[in-house]
Design a protein around this ligand. Structure first.
Ligand code: ZN
Length: 142
């Protein structure tokens, strides 16, 4: 019975986060480019971007985004970045599972609130702080 309940909850979490995962799926296709990869790991689709046309690579660099998570889709600019950020991004996957379609609006609201308080919209975002805090706890427990 416990296994059935766990599976039902797992499917519910996947469905609840699915509107966000749908946003990430087109980006996951970049993992099909030469040098990239797409694989399922620990319940998330991990995509490492392959060789991109230089114009797109520069655009991504300007945004300063090295790894990004949408629902159960994690997209990284390289295999090294994926490995280094896996634990952090898994916290975001769990946040998507908790907030579902409301995650992106509440994430944005947290950044706006940080800005309104004169703080950095990324590093003082409550969801980023939670991810960093949980990584620290896991590192101490390891
Ligand atoms: Zn983060």
């Amino acid at each position: 019975m416990r296994g059935v309940l766990r599976r039902v909850l797992r499917v519910a979490a996947l469905l609840w986060a699915a509107p966000n995962s749908v946003i990430g799926l087109p980006l996951a296709a970049l993992g099909l480019l030469p040098g990239g990869s797409v694989r399922l790991r620990d319940g998330a689709l991990e995509c490492v971007v392959g060789t991109l046309p230089q114009r797109l690579r520069t655009w991504g660099d300007r945004l300063g985004i090295e790894v990004i998570t949408f629902g159960h889709v994690v997209v990284a600019g390289s295999h090294a970045l994926m490995s280094a950020s896996r634990q952090h991004e898994r916290v975001h996957v769990r946040q998507y599972e908790r907030y579902g379609p409301f995650f992106l609006p509440v994430y944005a609201a947290s950044s706006v609130l940080a800005l309104a308080r004169g703080r950095h919209p990324y590093s003082h975002n409550r969801f980023e702080r939670e991810a960093r805090r949980r990584m620290e706890v896991e590192a101490k427990d390891a």
